[in-house]
Design a protein around this ligand. Structure first.
Ligand code: PLP
Length: 362
């Protein structure tokens, strides 16, 4: 088999052990004679897979008992509509939603929310070219927002929150953690809603995770589609309609794998070390450049530019020849990007660092 290191931002690298297990169980899951793909979502086999996946996720993130875990579809972008549709009813209409704009993904969330509510951009990093998280004491939060939305890791811009926002009163914080969930320990109780598309740091595309505090399940607008109503999804244990069964199964294998590795705290230590190695190589001289303010540099998604951008194609071709794949930056910002999620082994980072040094030396 060709040995590569895949730095894609998503869909992204998965643990080898998980893929091997899935391969060995592909035709016959635990003696059932069926592939997980062929099972009824209401049968005892799949229900056991589902329950174990939820239990392991709850354990990994220490999800408090008064939170529900929803396995949904529609992606992170789908939640950009579904969150206002499920939460704007907390306030008289039209409600106001507070946002902190820190990059491409929070900007998309803002645009979508405007269809359903008044939007207050409480703070924006746009003037800095999205290289900062505006300090909390500069935020202009509303008195009566339905909720505050933040994207705690901007996948394209490489900006990661290093603090949990504080809010006045009972305003819930909604956090888009698509690209760094399970990469670091978090205190779930500080958030009202945490959501994440699975294809970055959890499993295959097609699954969207929503962790929501129980008291926030009953504030949907009347126009919220029934199949995406959080209360209905929670009451049906995510089986209101057919859930993405195979993606849930793979996510469950990833959760079990993370537990075997020591859980989220152990992953965080590895991720700190991986990010340190890579930033150190990028900062070593001015051949490469990462523009993000030091204290909010993402541990997961590391965009960088070559000083001489005419070398971009040569850089990418050389990387590919070494099995270092998908390093091209997002088309909206150009340059390069290395995504080093949980499943990227430190050997992959070493290989990239060696290549960075070699290419700069040439
Ligand atoms: C990838 C991503 C999304 C969008 O996810 P889709 O599943 O493609 O809709 C949203 N937010 C963040 C932070 C992301 O990284």
């Amino acid at each position: 088999m060709t040995q590569v290191f895949n730095f894609s931002a998503g869909p992204a690298v998965l643990p080898k052990e998980v893929l091997q297990q899935a391969a060995s169980e592909m035709l016959d899951w635990h003696g059932s004679g069926m592939s997980v793909m062929e099972m009824s979502h209401r049968g005892p086999e799949f229900i056991s897979i589902y329950r174990q996946a939820e239990a392991d996720l709850r354990e990994l993130l220490a999800v408090p008992a008064n939170y529900r875990v929803l396995f949904m579809q529609g992606g992170g972008l789908g939640q950009n509509s579904l969150i206002p549709l499920n939460l704007a009813g907390r306030k008289p209409q039209p409600a106001t939603i507070d946002f902190v704009q820190t990059g491409s993904w929070s900007s998309k969330s803002i645009k979508e929310a405007r269809r359903y509510a008044n939007v207050n951009v409480a703070a924006s990093g746009e003037a800095s070219g999205f290289t900062t998280v505006p300090p909390q004491d500069t935020w202009k939060l509303s008195d009566d927002a339905a909720y505050l939305h933040v994207c705690t890791n901007e996948t394209i811009d490489g900006v990661e929150f290093n603090f949990v926002p504080t809010v006045q009163g009972d305003t819930p914080i909604v956090a888009d953690m698509s690209s760094h969930i399970l990469s670091r320990t978090i205190d779930v109780s500080k958030y009202g809603v945490i959501f994440a598309g699975a294809q970055k740091n959890i499993g295959p595309a097609g699954l969207t995770l929503v962790i929501v505090r129980e008291d926030l399940l009953d504030s949907a607008l009347a126009i919220c589609p029934g199949v995406f109503n959080w209360r209905a999804v929670a009451d049906a244990e995510s089986m209101l309609n057919t859930p993405p069964t195979y993606a849930i199964y793979i996510a469950g294998l990833v959760f079990a794998h993370l537990k075997r590795l020591g859980g989220v705290a152990a992953m965080e230590q590895r991720n700190i070390e991986k990010a340190r190695l890579l930033y150190e190589a990028l900062d070593a001289d001015d051949f490469y450049r990462n523009r993000v303010a030091l204290d909010v540099r993402s541990r997961m998604n590391i965009p960088f530019y070559l000083r001489d951008e005419s070398l971009n194609d040569q850089f990418l071709a050389g990387a590919k020849a070494r099995g270092l794949l998908q390093l091209k930056g997002h088309k909206s910002v150009g340059g390069m990007r290395a995504s080093i999620y949980n499943a990227m082994p430190i050997e992959g980072v070493h290989a990239l660092v060696d290549y960075l040094n070699e290419f700069a030396g040439r």
